[in-house]
Design a protein around this ligand. Structure first.
Ligand code: PRP
Length: 207
């Protein structure tokens, strides 16, 4: 599986804001939004474009647009905080939703919602979730997408654990990963170390 990390001072600084436990919820949401824009920018680096004619105030010239705007799929709840930046950058994008809550004891994903187009065979998909821990939530989401024919999927995450990356790679599903950083490991509660805590709780409060 292709995995891409972002080595950039702005990314490192936004990540620090997210990691710092003193960061209030409002600042956490703002930093997540800004970092999501940078991740989406990077995730689209090799996206297909198409050309069309436009006029500037001075002359005719060639314009560029995305040939196939991706379907954005935030994984609820935490992925919701990444949607605004993505739709701002890709206004043509449609948005689907997957809801999964990780069981605190077993760490297994418990699905509770799916709202996705039926046929994704010709649509690139960008899954948005700040955290890739065990990978259970992402693999569940990828299976839903692959079941609808998706063949071009990018998982966009802020912090990824090696265990989650291994789970994605081992799933055999058609996915590549764009992540701000790969952290050290999971702890005994399957939290990412050093991580940033629970990205859902820090945006929206405890479930
Ligand atoms: C967190 C996170 C991911 C998932 C990652 O969500 O936002 O979706 O856990 O863990 P995994 O890779 O081990 O599956 P959580 O279940 O806490 O729900 P929330 O976003 O509603 O807070």
């Amino acid at each position: 599986m292709r995995t891409h990390t972002l080595d950039h001072p702005l990314v490192a600084s936004l990540l620090t804001t997210l990691r710092d436990e003193r960061t209030p919820d409002s600042a956490f949401r703002a930093a997540l939004r800004d970092l999501s824009g940078l991740l989406v920018y990077e995730a689209l680096r090799d996206a297909q474009v198409e050309y069309y004619d436009i006029d500037t105030p001075v002359t005719a010239t060639r314009g560029v647009r995305l040939a196939r705007p991706p379907l954005l799929v935030p994984v609820l709840r935490a992925g919701l905080g990444m949607v605004e930046a993505a739709t701002n950058l890709i206004p043509q994008s449609k948005v689907g939703f997957v809801g999964v809550a990780r069981d605190e004891r077993t760490h297994r994903p418990v699905p509770y919602l799916e709202s996705l187009p039926e046929d994704l065979s010709t649509t690139p998909v960008m899954v948005l979730d700040p955290m890739l821990a065990t990978g259970g939530s992402m693999v569940h989401t990828l299976k839903l997408l692959a079941g609808r024919g998706a063949m071009d999927i990018t998982a966009v995450c802020v912090v990824s654990a090696p265990e989650g990356i291994a789970a994605l790679a081992g799933s055999g599903l058609p996915v590549r990963l764009v992540t701000a950083v790969i952290d050290d490991r999971l702890d005994e509660d399957a939290f990412i170390v050093p991580g940033l805590g629970d990205a859902g709780d820090r945006q929206f409060g405890p479930r």
